[in-house]
Design a protein around this ligand. Sequence first.
Ligand code: DX5
Ligand code: ZN
Length: 219
Amino acid sequence: MSAPIIAPSILAADFANLQRDIEMLNESQADWIHVDVMDGVFVPNISFGQPVVEAVYKHAKKPLDVHLMIQDPDRYLAAFRDAGAANISVHYEACNHLHRTLQAIKALDCKAGVAVNPHTNVQLLEDTIKDIDLVIIMSVNPGFGGQSFIENTYKKVRQLKEIIVENEASTLIEIDGGVNAHNAPALLEAGADVLVAGSFVFKSVDSVGTIAELKGINL
Ligand code: DX5
Ligand code: ZN
């Protein structure tokens, strides 16, 4: 098994020292920088918008993995691409025409991702799986960092992996919420490719070491 892609979430960074925290990620084994955008409508919290993403992009040496927790994301796809997003993920629950939204993201030359809430069955992605570059399986209810991991996630990862294999798709499986060194091995074993970690990385005394620990998990 190859090493997981590690995507620390800057939602748990120190917003008053964002440049410092991005530089720490640049020097670490992080592969992507996960950027959580929340609109206060789709989720009960507001984080930041494209001006902050643009500021992060100026300092980042790793691709920005932008997770849009916003209603009707089509309105803002180009703005986030212009702000520096490499990957743009929209929520299954926030789109009326998911297939069209995926095409729109790809037309902007970004990787197209779909995030699914804990209550959303991954079978719903079967008909679009070949058009999806990455699926974010939410392992907490979106809106806040620092919540505890929902155990049902393992089952969803296995189901999604089966759909990907059956359809000969190359979709990556990303896990977001409550990820740590304790649940990461079983997630990778179930078929996850990308691990997002916010609190586990930024609340640790040695964030660079914690990222290395996640990167080094070998089954
Ligand atoms: C939750 C966000 C996550 C969050 C993860 O709505 O999508 O990316 O930052 O944070 P932790 O790892 O602390 O659960
Ligand atoms: Zn996220």
